[in-house]
Design a binder for this molecule. Sequence first.
Ligand code: PGA
Length: 251
Amino acid sequence: MRKHIVAGNWKMNTTVPEGVALAKAVVEASKNLPEGVELVVAPPFTHLVPVAQALEGSKVQLSAQNCADKESGAYTGEVAADMLVSAGCGLTILGHSERRQYYGETDEKLVEKVRLALGAGLKVILCVGENLDQREAGQHFDVVKSQIENVLFNFTAEDMKNIIVAYEPVWAIGTGKTATAEQAEEIHACIRKVLAGKFGAQVADDTSILYGGSCKPSNAKELFAQSDIDGGLIGGAALKADSFIQIAQSF
Ligand code: PGA
């Protein structure tokens, strides 16, 4: 059975003390959550160690937002997968559209990143999604399909146990514009079909596919009610513990 997951991507927000306070507030609020929903927070690199401490003893899991495509060595400014593990991370987001758009992250690079992250023992939240031009040109299914094929088809059914997919239409991220539940569901169903074609129906059925892009308490219920939407990757609304937890209560 696939898991329900709500993950907060803090992006480049909060100072260390603010991030620790937010993590503590999330832990506090998560005590009232029904069973069966996994919570993840993804703060900036600088926050990982103190946030890991703040999460200790709770069920809230710690994720990074990115990792290097190299194992170690002379790569100034990069952070390797095993460093993330040693800082207390159990997961990392990879391939966020902001990484693809502003930092030249390609599918080829992502294959390396996913390989290193899995090898270090991290779970991966792999982001895919079309931009506005691609959506308007009717290419959204093809774009998402090729992102999945280019990256995940290099891995095995066994690897897929540690991979979560996040569908994030770029035009919906931080814009206040959400994909309708119908628009999201049809892409999620398509992703599951593509995974089934490569890895078999069981693997596809067991893979959690999250929706991201202006997901908030007011629309989470409708989105999470769709049969192929297994949770959310939340940006703006994850910066307040209350709204983050309200989203997690929307299943
Ligand atoms: P948003 O960001 O919820 O602020 O739209 C989502 C994301 O980019 O992960």
